[in-house]
Write a protein that binds this ligand. Structure first.
Ligand code: NCD
Length: 317
């Protein structure tokens, strides 16, 4: 089947630049379509609504999970994929982000499809995908911009949580760690709140953005005090590459104070799950036995990335 479903819901904007600003119904529509795709993948049913279209992946920053799952998602939907990377490109000769994007757009415009249907962009600068979206005619999907947002990650996290916990209405989800530098945390706060969850944040005070409560979440200075009440614990990587200062004395001290080992994870209630967006620093934010333990849904998150990104691509492109 190659046609687009007549009933495919769409987003108010053709771009996915962040979760902030989306309606609950839009998030629910993406998750519902992702569930259909997951079932379709299990049943071996293939639909190719992007046949004849181009999707360009422009990752100005490293990625393993996000890039590969967007690539497989686009190809599974029948799209042709341009996989651009900064190494070996004219970026080293001083070409700007906008010129790079406009040149790729112009090259793909020669094709029958009339240009790329979607650009999937990861960039170290917050706001880069938004800037690009104002300059091109196709959809722009944010695959992580600086410390701003990482919407597809939040959507696959919500998808994974719903599979495990059912409706997120009233569920208590803690995001623990380097909140200050985390685009995953920001997108998740918006997404989980839209779906009715209660979001609690915790981590070293130096890694807690000022006024975090204004995003509608609660700050728990000592995460251990609320562990037993949580339905899910989302841990984050200590993002040393985004830190300009020494926010924590050492990784060893971070692990001792904020890391989750077996004894701490045992304090969670039965059925509570542990998430991490990856890449995990084993023995820093999570002990290896917790990463590989019963509560961990880390590989489920990765595998759910595929149907969720198929849904995002279909709805945007
Ligand atoms: C995250 C990212 O790059 O924002 N990883 C991911 O996309 N799965 C989180 C991180 O880098 O820590």
């Amino acid at each position: 089947m190659s046609d687009r479903r007549a009933d495919t819901p769409s987003l108010a904007s053709r771009h996915l630049l962040g979760i902030e600003g989306l309606q609950r119904s839009e998030v629910e529509a993406i998750l519902a379509l992702a569930r259909q795709y997951k079932q379709g993948l299990k049943d071996g049913i293939q639909r190719t609504p992007l046949a004849g279209k181009f999707v360009a992946l422009l990752f100005f920053e490293d990625s393993t999970r996000t890039r590969s799952s967007f690539e497989i998602a686009a190809k599974s939907l029948g799209a042709k994929v341009l996989n651009w990377s900064p190494t070996g490109s004219s970026l080293s000769k001083g070409e700007t982000l906008l010129d790079t994007v406009k040149n790729i757009d112009a090259t793909l415009r020669n094709m029958d499809s009339g240009g790329p249907s979607a650009l999937v962009i990861r960039h170290r600068s917050s706001g880069a995908p938004t800037l690009v979206s104002r300059q091109v005619h196709c959809s722009v999907i944010n695959a992580g911009d600086g410390i701003h947002e990482h919407p597809s990650q939040a959507l696959l996290d919500a998808f994974t949580l719903q599979e495990r916990l059912g409706s997120l209405n009233g569920k208590r989800v803690m995001i623990l760690g380097d909140i200050l530098h985390s685009r995953v945390a920001r997108s998740n706060v918006h997404c989980l709140r839209l779906l009715g969850a209660k979001v609690i944040v915790s981590g070293p005070p130096t890694l807690m953005p000022a006024g975090i409560e204004s995003l509608g979440c609660e700050w728990a200075p000592d995460f251990r005090e609320v562990l037993g009440s949580l339905d899910a614990l989302m841990t984050l990587r200590v993002q040393r590459e985004r830190q300009t200062d020494s926010f924590v004395p050492s990784m060893r001290e971070y692990a001792a104070r904020w890391g989750i080992g077996r004894a701490v994870s045992d304090q969670l209630k039965p059925g509570a799950v542990i998430l991490h967006p990856g890449p995990v620093n084993r023995e820093v934010e999570l002990a290896s036995e917790v990463v590989d333990g019963d509560r961990s849904v880390i590989l489920e998150q990765v595998s759910n990335g595929l149907p969720v990104r198929m849904a995002i691509l279909e709805m945007c492109a």
